[in-house]
Structures are given as structure tokens and as C-alpha cells.
Design a protein around this ligand. Sequence first.
Ligand code: CP3
Length: 356
Amino acid sequence: MTEQNFPRLKNDQILRAIKGDDVDKVPVWIMRQAGRYLEEFRELRKKHDFFEICQTPELACEITLQPINRFDLDCSIIFSDILVIPQAMGLTVEMRPGVGPVLPQPLTDPSHMSRLKMPNVEVELGYVGKAITLTRHKLEGKVPLIGFAGAPWTLMGYMIQGGGSSTMAQARSWLYKYPNESHKLLQMITDVLVDYLVMQVKSGAQLLQVFESHGNFLNDELFKKYSLKYFIQINKEVKRKLSSLNIPQVPMIAFPKGATLNSIEIFAKEAGYDVIGLDWTVDPKDIRERVGPNITLQGNMDPCALYSSEEEVRQRAEKMVRDFGKHRYIANLGHGILPDTPIKSVEAFIEGIHSV
Ligand code: CP3
């Protein structure tokens, strides 16, 4: 697919913010904007299994558009999940209601890595590409579309723990007990991710976001060795492959959630990403001072702040924009929106951002 085949983009505010151009309004999107807080999502979800939706381009497209049809958002993100990568590499992943993702046969020992395969992403994950292409057409250029993936360390965590964990103790133990095997696993995941992200751009993704949701488990030493290293590779290799295919580059967003301020600062200087996503623990003015003026920041209101009154949500949104400033800034939450968030709060959040 080449850009000429798609409808012309009408709202490029997020792309302008990333280039450092002036924006009419600060662009805003919401992590997990297509999700359970929307009754139209819950309705569709009653009828279909989570991964069935991911694997059916018409359904993934319909859900991606739900928040765009309802709210004045400036960007869409394709409906899928970071765990489609472990699936494509041969592991079973189930999404259990009320529990979250479960991998019944995790890698409890490095010898289990022999169970992993290196998938041809165009074949095994072609359904994501099809969903992206279809969604680009159905968006009719209203807003840009983000493609995404989980970062290697975050995926390694799920593959070893077999699901979510409050400590990631087994995955972290691997880093000390089996450093060589850990690097081997992270490299395998990285190689798959590069092809997967390139495939998403080929299919029509206009930006890419890489989620390091388990960044909070790494100190500066571990972050550098096991996260930053692979982020750098992903950025370089995606750029190299796009360029060798004569496909225009797209902005790259990294979300090193929970990383230390030192790690975020080093990341901003060394990783080569256009945008850094921040969680709600990071102070806007402090981080801007640390990373300098030339990188775009994204975030970071506490998703739980959406449970305060509408008036307070609006005021907090305005204050967040004033604290970050309108230059090189994309408004978002500091993590995914929670399932029982009131719709009115989401409206107040977006209005507050756009009113500054
Ligand atoms: O943002 C969007 O609207 C796009 C869709 C999207 C989903 N997952 C859909 C989803 C995106 C970008 C993700 C990314 C993702 N998935 C991450 C990285 C971001 C983050 O939250 O840190 C992670 C860690 C996952 C893995 C995952 N998927 C978990 C831990 C869970 C369970 C937690 C929960 O919120 O229930 C999921 C399930 C999931 N992924 C749901 C949705 C809409 C809810 C599942 C359901 O409908 O049953």
C-alpha cells in the first residue's frame, strides 16, 4: 500500500506536534481508547472472543473507530494487543475475563526457548496489516492511525511469568541467572518486532508506538542492558528496512512506563525516538528540563484522576497542558483508561486539553 491509495489526512495536529510545528490545538488521544469503558465495545465483546476480534479485520476496524466516532480525538490506534507476538512465536495466549492475559505454558527454563519459532509476520500476523489497511480507508483521513507493539523486555516478562505479575520476579531472575539466554530471547523478539512494525507501516500505519509497560521493574543498569539496547535496535532497523523498501519514515513513539528519571533522560538522548510517553508519576516541567527542547513528550494524567468531578478533570487537563506547554506536546493519560471510567470525564478531559 502506498500513501496515495489512502484518503487525504484532514487532521495532522499530532504529526505537527512531533515535527515541532505550531498546533491549532494540542493533539490528544487516550491509551486503550477502544475498550471496556465504551458500552459499544462491551456489546461487541459479548459476542466475540478477544483474540477473535484482533484476528478479524472488520471487527478490529469497527472497534478502532468506536472512540473516534464518539469523541473529538486527534489520533486513532489500531485495535490489537501486544501479546499477538508471543502467539505468533508459538505460545498459547488466552484473554480471561476478569483475569487478563494468561499463557498456560510459559518459558520457565531457557531450554523451553526451543518451543519458539520465528514467524513470517506477513503470514502469521497478516490480519493486523489487513485491519490497518481497512481502518485507514474507513477513517477517511479524519485522524492518523498508530500501529504498535510491546517492547522486548515487556513481552519477555509475559512469556516467562505466564501472565501479569506484581513483581516479575521470575523474569527478573532470568536477567541475573541467565544473562546470555535472556539476550538471546530479547534478540529473537526484537527481530520479530522489527518485521512486524515494518509490516504495519507498509499496511498504512502513520505512526508507531512501542510499549515498555514493564519499565518499572528495571533499575538503570538493567534498563540500559535489557531495554534501551533493544529499543535502539528497533528504531534503527525499522528505519533501515523502510528506507530500503522506499517507504517513507514514520514517527516513532516510545513509552518506557515506570522507567527511572535517569533512564528516561538517557533514553531521550540515545534511543532516537521522536516521542517519549510518560506515566503520571513524572513531573512535566522537571522532565522537560531533563530531556531538552527537541523531543516531543506524551502523557500523562493519572487515569484515576478521571474519577474526580467533571469540572476538576477539565481543570487538571488545562493545567497539564500549561505545565507541559503547547510546543512538542501530545496529551494523553499516563496509562490505559480504566474499564469503569465515566464517559463524561473523557469528554471533559478532551475539552480541557482543546480549550488551552
Ligand atoms: O489502545 C487501544 O485502544 C488499542 C488497543 C490495545 C489493547 N491492548 C486492547 C486491549 C493496546 C494498545 C493494548 C496494548 C497492551 N496490551 C499493553 C501495553 C499498554 C499497557 O497497558 O501497558 C499491554 C501490557 C497489554 C497486555 C494486556 N492486554 C493486558 C495486561 C490486558 C488485561 C488488562 C486489562 O485491561 O484488562 C489486556 C487486555 C486488553 N487489551 C483489553 C483491551 C481492550 C481488555 C480485554 C477485554 O476486552 O477482555
